[in-house]
Design a protein. Sequence first.
Length: 163
Amino acid sequence: MDITQLGAIVGLATGAVGLTDKATSTVASIKELFDGDKAPDSSEAAKLLNALAGELTSANMMNVQLSAMLKTLTDELRRQDEFASEVAQYELFKTPYDAMVYKLKADTVGQPSHFICPVCLKRDKLVSFIAGTGDYKYCQADATHQFQFSDTPYTEAETTYGC
Ligand SMILES: [Zn+2]
């Protein structure tokens, strides 16, 4: 076994970010094995190096997992931020028939005036348009979310009987 090579490995392992206590103690054991003038037990050294390799692999996997978790968290925070900016474009609006919906703020540029569903917004964190041309407009994501905007009186004149 090449002692200088081992020294490099030990140096690297000691400097590795997030080295676990277990790996640190294995490194110490390897150092001890090569201490002084005694001839190192190569089978013991091989066993310890193998153990260290395993510990470093698991530490590395933890780093990879941690890195993936940080990325997921960053993405999630960015999504929340984008959603918050989108929601900030709307304000609560009461229809003449007391239905509460959200309406695009008048000073928003580049978008036609529209309403979004308050149920979907609050419950599902979803921006869903309210559509329809009748007295009741409905949510595009869930048509059971209906909102009354007007009340057109029923008139006989609207019914065509034919002549
Ligand atoms: Zn809805």
